[in-house]
Design a protein. Sequence first.
Length: 196
Amino acid sequence: MQPQPQPHPREHQLADHLESILLSEGQIRARIAELAAEIEANESTRPDLTLLVLLHGSLLFAADLMRALSLPLYLESFRVASYHGGTSSSGELTMDPQSLSALRGRHVLVVDDILDTGRTLAAVTRVLREEAGAASVTSCVLLDKRVARAVEFEADYVGFPIGDAFVVGYGLDYDGRYRNLPYIATLKPEAIGGGE
Ligand code: XMP
């Protein structure tokens, strides 16, 4: 009898955790090309455009988006944390005030992974305008969970509107894991809340 191919341990582990793939690598790649074209058309008149990447969630999205843009960009990043091991926004925002000084007088395009309650981007854009003294502020998100909005906020550029599912992959995590997946997926209920 022929030996059966064994699943790679990582695949096996992931298959136990993931419910379904919501957005494939190909879908993400194609949409990023469209977003980049939109951004280039609108933002090329703003001199010294600065991409402000909100870490860690936007790491993969920003890396792909910036390579698709042929504008002479500046890059800044800072870390914001609104989830602390759960699946709903705590509303708590941690920002490094020192990183803000680099943005004075700059035209800033904030890049975020997902717009959910809207608290993070509403707070970040307010700080950029009122405290950092940015010349202008626009925002670009890969995902927009419109139904979950708690504060009024719309992004200028949206990759994909999605429903109210908790998603992981392509930079998005659950309790620190799954950021490395090259696609966006939903988790099995047993993978949320401590189950392995
Ligand atoms: P708010 O609620 O402030 O949320 O708009 C923005 C941040 O919350 C995180 N977030 C998620 N992370 N899966 C995740 O892995 C999700 O479905 C999700 N929804 C919100 C994310 O860090 C985002 O920047």
